[in-house]
Design a protein around this ligand. Structure first.
Ligand code: HEC
Length: 206
């Protein structure tokens, strides 16, 4: 009898141990599980990466709307990031990159005396002109838009900065380049505006 009790205790202790181990394992798993969202921190970059794919999906700037109001002084200031490699004065020397005078509307990979990469030369075959959209895509992420380009520059992700910069680039020898008319299809609010039936009624709240 007492022997049975003894074995019961031993078995009970064994089961308790197994139980404790299971609890600890589950607990550990739970802790790791909780850490998982923190690991998502690694993917803070993901929006940038995703911006790669997403950028193509995002509407390009509506040039007809944004160009007339662009901040040229801010654009010139943004060009500071390009100056280490590019001049932009008429007849300016090529540096690490080609002179950019009149770049808006200029033929791609066409500047005299500059040795373009094979990637840029090939790009010119499908995109013969630096349109505003082309400049925008290239400056957003040069290496993504022209894989293999020798322009080693990360890109400018901020749209307002790019718009100001591109407007300023155009002011440097490309003012003759026509800016397209405003395109309602490119205006970000277009879909929302269509969804709101009475435009004047919206600000009433508050
Ligand atoms: C680290 C040097 C460097 C910086 C910084 C740089 N570029 Fe470039 N850029 C180059 C090189 C090199 C090329 C030629 C690319 C090729 O042949 O693949 C180039 C090419 C270009 C072209 C195409 C020119 C043509 O004739 O087809 C444009 C447009 C351009 N850069 C704009 C800019 C702008 C705007 C900035 C600043 C936001 C900038 N670059 C910053 C080095 C640079």
């Amino acid at each position: 009898m007492s022997g049975d009790l003894k074995w019961n205790k031993i078995i009970g202790a064994g089961l308790a141990t197994v139980f404790v181990i299971l609890v600890v394992r589950e607990g550990t798993a739970f802790i790791y599980h909780n850490e998982a969202p923190e690991k998502m921190g690694y993917f803070v970059d993901a929006p940038e990466e995703a911006a790669g794919g997403a950028a193509e999906a995002i509407l390009p700037p509506d040039w007809g709307t944004v160009m007339p109001t662009a901040d040229l002084a801010a654009g010139e200031a943004a060009f500071a990031r390009c100056k280490s490699c590019h001049t932009i004065d008429a007849g300016g020397a090529n540096g690490i990159g080609p002179n950019l005078y009149g770049i808006a509307g200029r033929a791609t990979a066409s500047h005299a005396g500059f040795a373009y990469s094979d990637a840029m030369t090939a790009h010119a075959g499908t995109n013969p002109t630096w349109t505003l959209d082309e400049l925008d895509l290239f400056i957003t992420a040069p290496g993504r838009h022209v894989p293999g380009t020798k322009m080693s520059f990360a890109g400018i992700r901020d749209t307002a900065t790019r718009v100001n910069l591109i407007a300023w680039l155009r002011s440097q020898g490309s003012t003759g380049m026509a800016v397209p008319a405003p395109d309602p299809a490119r205006q970000p609010g277009a879909a929302a505006a269509a969804a709101a039936p009475v435009e004047g009624a919206a600000p009433v709240a508050g």
